[in-house]
Design a protein around this ligand. Structure first.
Ligand SMILES: Nc1ncnc2c1ncn2[C@@H]1O[C@H](COP(=O)(O)OP(=O)(O)OP(=O)(O)O)[C@@H](O)[C@H]1O
Length: 261
């Protein structure tokens, strides 16, 4: 059984079919990338999996069960975490505080136990801190742990956002353009993180990304989309050399030259 299954998923915004009968499976332990020109439907697919949108047709299953009845705020509890194209962190809070927010889904205490500050609550707090320390070590964030997000460089914020998603201890991590706005060196770091997230943490990754060097370096499989439809599915090499993909990009070659490189 695949970890994530999209079957014939369709979503329309008025007259625009943003996602048109899209079907694909993500296997446990793989890095799967969604690529395609602007407006291809990639972010909409992320928003469908995050349950921000409801498909008009089709089904989305996680771990064999349909998630179409799951409200967005319970998606993290299932084990699905995500980052956003435009980083969404609490600016006036520290790195540590932002990572603690990610632990929300594991909280078992309630208001009464917390008011009493029982040994159970203290033990729970310790478990959260330990889980976060693991993420801080893993992403090399020691130097930033007590720094406010507002004062951090963009590249570090991107890593913190990834950390917040990992603090959830997800089974599936959705990375929305992890390399956008990053330098070549920072993008290389992202490639290392993604490899380690897969190999050391055993987390399955579904990624939207325009940088085909990064996609080729880290992905096991790639799905290319255009105008909401599936164009090509296979290894990075197969997809990049598929004439349908090359043709879809020719119209936007100036914007995404890296695809044809
Ligand atoms: N909330 C919305 N309301 C109306 N139309 C939308 C909405 N969100 C997306 N669309 C349209 O759906 C189509 C797919 O958009 P989407 O943002 O999913 O593409 P994308 O592949 O993520 O593009 P990009 O690479 O620019 O982020 C586009 O035609 C877009 O204009």
């Amino acid at each position: 059984m695949s970890l994530l299954e999209l079957e014939n998923v369709t979503l329309r915004f008025g007259g625009v079919t943003a996602v048109n009968k899209v079907s694909f499976n993500v296997e446990e332990g793989e890095v799967f990338a969604l690529v395609g020109p602007n407006g291809a439907g990639k972010s909409t697919i992320f928003n469908l999996i995050s349950r921000i949108y409801n498909p008009v047709e089709g089904d989305i299953r996680f771990d064999g069960k349909s998630i179409l009845q799951t409200p967005p705020h319970q998606i993290a509890r299932l084990g699905i975490a995500r980052t956003f194209q435009n980083i969404e962190l609490f600016e006036q809070a520290t790195v540590m505080q932002n990572l603690l927010v990610g632990r929300h889904r594991h909280r078992q205490s309630n208001m009464w136990t917390e008011l009493g500050f029982t040994p159970f609550v203290r033990a729970e707090e310790r478990r959260h801190r330990e889980a976060i320390e693991k993420v801080i070590d893993f992403l090399d964030l020691q130097a930033y742990r007590d720094k406010y997000i507002a004062g951090l460089p963009y590249g570090v914020r991107k890593v913190v956002e990834m950390g917040r998603a990992l603090a959830i201890e997800p089974r599936l991590l959705l990375l929305d353009e992890p390399a956008s706005g990053l330098s070549v060196e920072e993008t290389q770091d992202v490639a290392f993180w993604v490899e380690d997230i897969k190999k050391q943490m055993g987390v399955t990754v579904l990624m939207v990304e325009h940088d085909m060097h990064l996609v080729s370096a880290v992905s096991d499989r790639v799905l290319a989309l255009a105008d909401g439809k599936m164009l090509s599915l296979g290894t990075p090499h197969e997809v990049q050399n598929d004439p349908k993909v090359i043709e879809a990009y020719i119209g936007v070659a100036d914007e995404h030259q890296e695809v044809l490189a």
